[in-house]
Write a protein that binds this ligand. Structure first.
Ligand code: SF4
Length: 316
């Protein structure tokens, strides 16, 4: 815990839920988190929690590897870095040197910055904010309550749209729905989940959570992302689409994203170093994932209007 974050209300809340934790006071989270020569895969076996204050900037433009989903002013923010799950294709493995999880406890500073950005663009323009790209915020909701805080905040800013991306098997209970707060589920066939999305909830659990959000009145974004070439990909993904569109009511589906495995070359190199035996990093996998995404987009259009499908394709 950073010295200056020790008595923040969110630190107190989190620490009260971890009564057996050994608390080590540090100066700046980067002294630990950005240390050289850390072993990501070893730390992943028992990640530690770091509570810290985020310093500016709080908003970042969306990277080319991410999908803007038909929105013009799109940003992402990082209330948390790293994730309790362990997906083989996670770009975080190439981006950060540590598997420890950082939670930024100065949430009001994030809100101040977003409020300022929203007022700068003017009320007749919306800004879209992705709050869960470098983590899975909902997966740690019981500990942090951060998703609910963001939802409450979004209710107060009329030109703010928020996307929370997740693989979680739970959603907020009894939350006040808001059309501008989109719950986006990353969905994969169980064959992929079992092999490449270690520790994540099974498809059934994710769909149950998405259905619970839909039943509360939230709009759902379905993300088939990344699609992974496996035996009988067309059949397995076709079955996945059948199950998903049979489960989530059409009126609750805002849009659908689909895309291949993607990361810049330098990231891929580092990801491969963390997972040297993983077949996702074989040279032919990424191109065949691109082809598969295009083919599956056709299949998807049998389930939902084409205008609602956002296909991510390589920018090169
Ligand atoms: S759920 Fe997302 S953030 Fe978490 S390990 Fe998987 S890809 Fe990474």
């Amino acid at each position: 815990v950073e010295q200056q974050a020790r008595f923040a209300p969110l630190s107190e809340q989190i620490l009260s839920k971890l009564p057996n934790a050994t608390v080590v006071i540090i100066n700046h989270y980067k002294e630990l988190f950005n240390r050289r020569k850390q072993c990501f895969s070893f730390q992943k076996l028992s990640p530690k929690l770091i509570l810290a204050n985020k310093r500016p900037p709080f908003l970042y433009p969306l990277s080319k590897q991410c999908q803007p989903f038909f929105e013009p002013h799109v940003f992402y923010t990082t209330p948390m870095i790293n994730c309790v799950f362990d997906c083989s294709f996670c770009f975080l493995k190439g981006m950060v040197d540590s598997a420890n999880i950082v939670i930024f406890v100065n949430i009001d500073d994030f809100f101040d910055e977003v409020r300022c950005a929203a007022s700068t663009v003017g009320l007749d323009t919306s800004i879209s904010l992705h709050i869960s790209y470098e983590s899975d915020l909902l997966a740690l909701e019981r500990l942090t309550g951060l998703c609910r805080r963001w939802l409450d905040f979004a209710h107060t800013i009329p030109n703010l749209k928020v996307e929370v991306r997740t693989k979680s098997g739970v959603f907020l209970k009894k939350a006040a729905p808001l059309d501008r707060f989109v719950a986006a589920w990353s969905l994969s066939p169980d064959e992929v989940i079992q092999k490449y999305e270690i520790g994540t909830p099974k498809l059934f659990a994710r769909l149950s959570a998405a259905l619970s959000a839909a039943n509360q009145g939230f709009l759902i974004r379905l993300c088939f992302d990344p699609v992974i070439p496996i035996d009988n990909s067309a059949g397995v993904y076709g079955q996945l689409f059948e199950t998903v569109f049979r489960t989530i009511p059409r009126r609750s589906i805002l849009d659908v994203g689909i895309g291949p495995i993607r990361a810049e070359k330098s990231l891929l190199k580092k990801m491969k170093k963390v997972n040297p035996d993983c077949d996702l990093f074989w040279d032919e996998t990424a191109p065949s994932s691109e082809i598969l995404a295009v083919e599956l987009t056709e299949t998807l259009s049998r389930f939902i209007e084409k205008e609602k499908i956002a296909l991510w394709q390589s920018q090169s």
